[in-house]
Write a protein that binds this ligand. Structure first.
Ligand code: NAD
Ligand code: UGA
Length: 458
């Protein structure tokens, strides 16, 4: 089956970049990305894309208006499509059964209902969103019980891109995973999606499995990645107590080819929209099957992550108290990692909140995050948050030597490249910089280590 018309529901961090690349690599396929959020769609149709991702604008400019379109006309594009990607958000439930743990599948379910209602011809439905194992079963049920005159084939095709390197990850993926039913129709659907990817991905990097293995592999991949970060972060505390150096330990263990050196950088804690939610989901699934030890094992990753953020905040508060400093700090970076404007679950939010609660007034700078987002993030985790607790600055470096406390929260290159030594060798007052692991006394150091830089996949 040759796919001619794709609809992707959800124009977010995954839908937008993924479909841009699919459109670029398959110029004969018409790709419509739809969303209920009209501001987002307007931004996708402008030069100020709603997602900041290096290299994205170039691909969008190349394809938009040719075979890539962004629209709020969800029904029309569902109707026209022969393949529909569901790429909507699957956040942690905030109420009802599984509150605080289970994935909220209401957006997925509402897409399935809408697809069933609108469809008049056979369609392949692709789960792009990260979902609990066996969600495809639910989608099938909704589709078939609401529309019995159309054949729907369901595929699972989880996305493994990391923000900040999304375009590279999409261009040269480690693997593309496609789960489908082991029936003649199911196999044909898998082949149709494989054909789209083979326009640029070598066939040996395309892995086909059954539906449930594919769904569970996505959750597991994120859990394994987060587990490595919590492992190294837990050891960073032990290093501080014993005099061992976490950078040296990380290097020493990472050189073992069985362990590998990726994702072994200590940090203030991992952020991002997915690690926490996917682990909570794994914990929920395990608990609901009575596998309490399995659930506890994975939950510990999140306990350590919170501990690391709290520990880091305490270091700053103690530093202020011990050195009788004015309770004021500059936080450099708000995004959860460099090269993205995404702030979801960023460690900066939690550290800032801890500092505000500790009576510290804070200035914040991030090259890509807007001030309104900072206020939204803080009021989301703290009902008593007042806008006046933080001050958003545009040019932090012009008066940087006025600060006694500077904390680098995101490893943006401009923070690494700044000439720190030149500033601080000139000043006499005590000043401290937190680089994601160490507190460095600015007056004593000859070189800032910035061991925190170079997080991520590549
Ligand atoms: P997002 O919040 O950026 O985008 C989701 C979009 O879906 C939103 O714009 C929302 O308005 C839209 N939407 C929701 N319901 C809709 C409906 N019924 N009709 C039309 N539009 C609708 O989310 P995201 O970061 O792109 O993540 C999407 C999924 O991909 C999640 O399941 C996530 O776990 C997974 N994922 C995310 C990443 C990442 O880096 N962000 C990577 C891999 C996988
Ligand atoms: C992560 C995975 O890497 C992707 O494969 C996956 O598709 C995605 O989640 C998802 O499902 O959403 P992402 O969260 O965008 O991608 O970014 P990462 O590079 O994984 O970084 C996540 C967090 O871990 C960041 O806060 C980063 O600073 C932190 N990190 C990363 C560390 O603290 N130490 C490291 O060594 C690496």
């Amino acid at each position: 089956m040759k796919i001619k018309n794709i609809c992707c529901i959800g124009a977010g961090y995954v839908g937008g970049p993924t479909m841009s690349v699919i459109a670029q690599k398959n110029p004969k396929i018409k790709v419509n990305v739809v969303d209920i959020n009209s501001d987002k769609i307007a931004a996708w149709n402008s030069k100020n894309l709603p997602v900041y991702e290096p290299g994205l604008l170039k691909v969008v400019k190349e394809t938009r208006g040719k075979n890539l379109f962004f629209s709020t006309n969800v029904n029309q594009h569902i109707y026209e499509a022969d393949m529909i990607f569901i790429s909507v958000n699957t956040p942690t439930k905030t109420s009802g059964e599984g509150k605080g743990y289970a994935a909220d599948l209401r957006y997925i379910e509402s897409c399935a209902k809408q697809i069933a209602k609108i469809s008049k011809n056979n369609k392949i439905i692709v789960e792009k969103s990260t979902v609990p194992v066996r969600t495809s079963e639910k989608i099938k049920e909704i589709l078939r019980s609401n529309n019995s005159s159309v054949d729907f084939q369901i595929l699972s095709n989880p996305e493994f891109l990391a923000e900040g390197t999304a375009m590279r990850d999409l261009e040269i993926p480690d693997r593309v995973l496609i789960g489908g039913d082991n029936t003649p129709e199911g196999k044909k659907a898998v082949e149709a999606l494989v054909e789209i990817y083979t326009s640029w991905v070598p066939i040996e990097n395309i892995l086909t499995t059954n539906l449930w293995s594919s769904e569970l592999s996505k959750l597991t991949a994120n859990a394994f990645l987060a587990q490595r970060i919590s492992s190294i972060n837990s050891l960073s505390e032990l290093c501080e107590e014993t005099g061992a150096d976490i950078e040296e330990v990380s290097k020493a263990i990472g050189m073992d080819s069985r362990i590998g050196n990726s994702f072994l950088k200590t940090s203030v804690g991992f952020g991002g929209s997915c690690f926490q939610k996917d682990i909570l989901n794994l914990v929920y699934i395990s608990k609901s099957m009575g596998l309490n030890q399995v659930a506890d094992y994975w939950e510990q990753i999140l306990i350590i992550n919170k501990h690391q953020r709290d520990r880091f905040s305490k270091k700053i508060l103690n530093c202020i108290a011990k050195n009788y400093l004015e309770p004021k700090a500059l936080l450099l970076g708000w995004a959860f990692k460099k090269n993205t404007n995404d702030t979801r679950e960023s460690a900066a939010i939690y550290v800032a909140n801890n500092l505000i609660n500790g009576g510290v007034s804070i200035d914040i700078y991030d090259p890509k995050v807007k001030e309104s987002q900072v206020h939204r993030d803080l009021s989301f985790i703290n009902v008593n948050y007042k806008k006046s607790s933080v001050n958003f600055v545009d040019k932090p470096f012009s008066n940087i030597s006025d600060y006694n406390i500077i904390s680098i929260m995101t490893e943006w290159d401009e923070f690494k490249d700044f000439d720190w030594e030149n500033v601080y060798t000139k000043i006499k007052k005590p000043a401290f910089i937190f680089d994601g692991r160490n507190i460095l006394n600015m007056n004593k150091i000859s070189k800032i280590g910035f061991n925190y830089f170079g997080l991520g996949r590549r």
